[in-house]
Design a protein around this ligand. Sequence first.
Ligand code: PEP
Length: 270
Amino acid sequence: MVLLLRKMTFSHNKNFLMRKKIVAGNWKMNKVLDEAVALTSELVNMAKDEVRNDAKIILCPPAIYLTTIQKYIEDAPNFALAAQNCSDKVSGAFTGEISAQMLQSIGVQYVLIGHSERRQYFNETNALLAEKVNTALSFGVSPIFCCGESLEQRQNEDYIGFVKNQLTESLFHLSEEQLKSVVIAYEPIWAIGTGLTASAEQAQEMHAALRAHIASKYGAEVADEISILYGGSVTAASAPELFASPDIDGGLVGGASLKSREFTNIIKAR
Ligand code: PEP
C-alpha cells in the first residue's frame, strides 16, 4: 500500500518527480564567433541575476565553438553543452564528421540526435539514429533524442503511433540504465521555425502518450524519470503554459534561444 501510494505520488505530483527540468537552446548554423561569445556571456549573467529555479540550461552551439563556449560557462553550474550532431561511427575516414568520443574528450555532456532537420536534409533514419544513440552512450554523452510528426502525418495518420514508433526503433533496444541517460525532445515538424507552437493540450497529449509508451516497455518508474522536452516555436509568451503541463519537463528552443532576453525569460518560466 505504501509503495502504491508512493508510486501514485511520483506519477501525479510534479513536485516529487525526480526527472530533470531542462531548457536547451539549439543555435543551429547561426552566429559567428564574437556573436556566440556575446550571447553566452549575456545568458550566463542574466541567469545568475534572474533565474531562481533549478532548470539545467543546455546550450547547443555549432560544434566549432564548443570549446570556446565551455570557458564562458565553467563557473555557471546550471549550464551545460550539447553538440548538435555526432557520427554513428567511433573513428576513421569520415571526413567532416565529429565523433562522440571527441565530444567526450572535450567534456561535452549532451548531443542532439535525430533533429528533424537532420532527418529531412541528411536522410537520417530511425535505424541510423539508433546507432548514433549507441555510440553517444558508449562514450558517456547523453543523447537528446528528437522526434515528431509532420503536418501531413498529423492530419492523415496515426500521428501518435508514428512518434511512438520513432522511439521504438531508435531507443527501445537500450537497457533501463542506458535509457535513463537519454532526454527526449518532442518537436512536431510543423511547429519548428514556423511560429506555430503546439498548444499545451496538443503537446501534453503527445508527451503523456510517449511516457506511457516508455512505461509499457520499461515500467512506470523508469518512464517517470525520463525528461521529455517540447520543441517548436517556443517563446517567452508560450513557455509558461507549456511548462505547466504535467508531462512537459522543459523545452528545446531554436529561434528564441538566439536572443538572450527572450531565452532567459523562457528559462525563468521553467
Ligand atoms: C528546433 O530547431 O529544435 C526548434 C524547436 O526551433 P524553433 O524553436 O525555432 O521552432
